[in-house]
Write a protein that binds this ligand. Structure first.
Ligand code: GRF
Length: 220
C-alpha cells in the first residue's frame, strides 16, 4: 500500500514569531522527524532579538526580520510584511506568538490560510493577559484555542481547543506552563490536518473530513 504521506507534497509554511518560539520548536522537531508533513520555508519576526530566530537558524531554516519600528504606520508595516511572506509562496501562514494586531487588508490577503494559537478558550479572554484574567475571574477551566485568522482580533472560526483545569493556588505563570504543554500538542495536530487536506475554511465555514464543523474539536 502506498503511504499517502509520501505521495503528497509537503505543505509550505511560513511561521511568524515575536518571542521565544517554543511552539515553533515543536513544529521544527515534528517536521524533522517527518511526523508532520510540512516544510517551514521561513521564520519571520518583527523583533531582531526573538529567541525563535535562533531556533530556526539552528535548524537551517531561512529567517527574516521585518522591524515594525522602521515603518511609520500599521498599513505600511503590514504591506512590507506581506511582501516578505509572499516571496516564500506559503500555503499556510502560522502565527506562533506573533504579537501584532493585523490590518484587515493583510488578514484578507491570507484569508483561509493563516492560523493563530491563542491561550484561552475562545471566545473567552480575547487579547492579552489571559491567564491572570481567568484566575481573577475564579474560572475553573481555562485552555488554548487554534483558529483561522479573520479581521476581528482573536475572533476567527475556532478549529480545536484543549482544556486546562485551574488549581486553587495557580499563578499566571504556573497556569501558563500547563497551557503551553497543551499548545505544543494542539498546534501541530491542527497544522497536520491542514497539511493532509482534512481541514479547510470555505468562506466562514470550517470543513473537517468533508463535514461542516459546528463546534470546536476538543483535544485532551
Ligand atoms: C503562546 O502562549 C501562544 O498561545 C501565544 O503566544 C505564546 C507564544 O509562545 N499566541 P512561544 O513563543 O511559542 O513560546
Amino acid at each position: 500500500m502506498p503511504n499517502p504521506n509520501h505521495s503528497r507534497e509537503k505543505l509550505n509554511v511560513v511561521v511568524l514569531i515575536s518571542g521565544s518560539g517554543s511552539n515553533l520548536q515543536v513544529l521544527i522537531d515534528q517536521m524533522r522527524d517527518h511526523s508532520l508533513p510540512i516544510r517551514i520555508s521561513a521564520v519571520i519576526s518583527n523583533k531582531a532579538d526573538a529567541y525563535g530566530l535562533k531556533r530556526a537558524e539552528a535548524a537551517g531554516i531561512s529567517t527574516a526580520v521585518v522591524n515594525n519600528k522602521a515603518y511609520p504606520d500599521r498599513e505600511s508595516y503590514d504591506a512590507a510584511l506581506q511582501r516578505k511572506i509572499d516571496a516564500y509562496q506559503p500555503q499556510l501562514v502560522v502565527l506562533a506568538g506573533f504579537m501584532r494586531i493585523l490590518t484587515p487588508d493583510f488578514v484578507n490577503h491570507f484569508q483561509g490560510r493563516m492560523l493563530n494559537i491563542h491561550p484561552s478558550l475562545l471566545p473567552n479572554y480575547r487579547g492579552l493577559n489571559t491567564h491572570q484574567r481567568a484566575i481573577d475571574d475564579k474560572a475553573k477551566i481555562h485552555g488554548v484555542s487554534v483558529h483561522f485568522v479573520t479581521p476581528e482580533l482573536d475572533g476567527g472560526p475556532v478549529i480545536a481547543q484543549s482544556q486546562v483545569a485551574i488549581k486553587e493556588n495557580d499563578t499566571a505563570e504556573s497556569l501558563a506552563s500547563r497551557v503551553q504543554a497543551k499548545e505544543h500538542r494542539l498546534y501541530p495536530l491542527v497544522i497536520g490536518w491542514i497539511a493532509l487536506g482534512r481541514l479547510t475554511l470555505n468562506n466562514s465555514e470550517l470543513i473537517f473530513d468533508n463535514k461542516t464543523l459546528t463546534k470546536p474539536i476538543i483535544i485532551d
